[in-house]
Design a protein around this ligand. Structure first.
Ligand code: G3P
Length: 217
């Protein structure tokens, strides 16, 4: 499963990217607002040091304007992935951009039927929002499982990009359910390495190593 980082915070992306574990980045209008930065400037900067796709979302709800915005966004860098809403206008833009060789991420997916439409529109990625479904007592992970089954039934190439991830368990469950990508907030990504027994084990090794009085270098 690929790891994308779900943020527009450049410092946080750089810190995680140093581990070599980052395969891409996703942004959205709320994350851009949170960053307090200029949208195009920050997307360009992220694209400059991330090898994989960097999702940048159109602001318009209307097809013609979406296409104009997509044209601006895709010119920012070769690895820009144009993010589009899961509406008929968004799907229409997805088909046109896909036909033109542009990577697309169809976002705000909350049902298997919506994901089926995104795949039929040729989306590179579909973004089901797990956490927001859990928030309203609908099992977000069940949606990932349903999309996996449908895409496998018909051999769709669209990648399932699990979004709205809130916990380490979400990441594990996405991997079990066969999501192609999980886009993870930096805080959750950092937490994945943590285990109390790892910390305890290291403390023991450190203590015993010091007692040997030896040095490796
Ligand atoms: O990738 C979508 C994500 O940013 C939404 O997350 O936590 O606002 O539902 P959340």
């Amino acid at each position: 499963m690929k790891f994308f980082i779900d943020t527009a915070d450049v410092a946080a992306i750089k810190e995680l990217d140093e581990t070599g574990l980052v395969d891409g980045v996703t942004t959205n209008p709320s994350l851009i607002f949170k960053s307090g930065r200029d949208f195009k400037e920050v997307v360009k900067e992220i694209c400059g040091f991330i090898d994989g796709p960097v999702s940048a979302e159109v602001a318009s709800m209307e097809y013609e304007q979406m296409m104009k915005e997509a044209e601006v966004l895709r010119k920012l860098a070769d690895n820009v992935c144009v993010k589009l809403p899961l509406t008929f206008d968004g799907l229409r833009a997805c088909r046109a951009l896909t036909n033109d060789g542009t990577k697309t991420n169809v976002t705000l997916c909350f049902s298997a039927n919506q994901a089926l439409l995104a795949a039929k529109a040729g989306a590179t990625f579909v973004s089901p929002f797990i956490g927001r479904l859990d928030d309203i007592n609908i099992d977000g992970m069940e949606l990932i499982e349903d999309i996996r089954t449908i895409y496998d039934n018909y051999g769709f190439d669209t990648e399932i990009l699990a979004a709205s991830i809130r916990s380490a368990n979400h990441v594990k469950d996405c991997a079990l359910a066969g999501a192609d990508v999980a886009t993870i907030p930096p805080g959750v990504a950092k937490g994945l390495v943590k285990h109390v027994l790892t910390d305890q084990g290291l403390a023991g090794f450190e203590r015993d190593w010091a007692a040997t009085g030896q040095k490796i270098i």
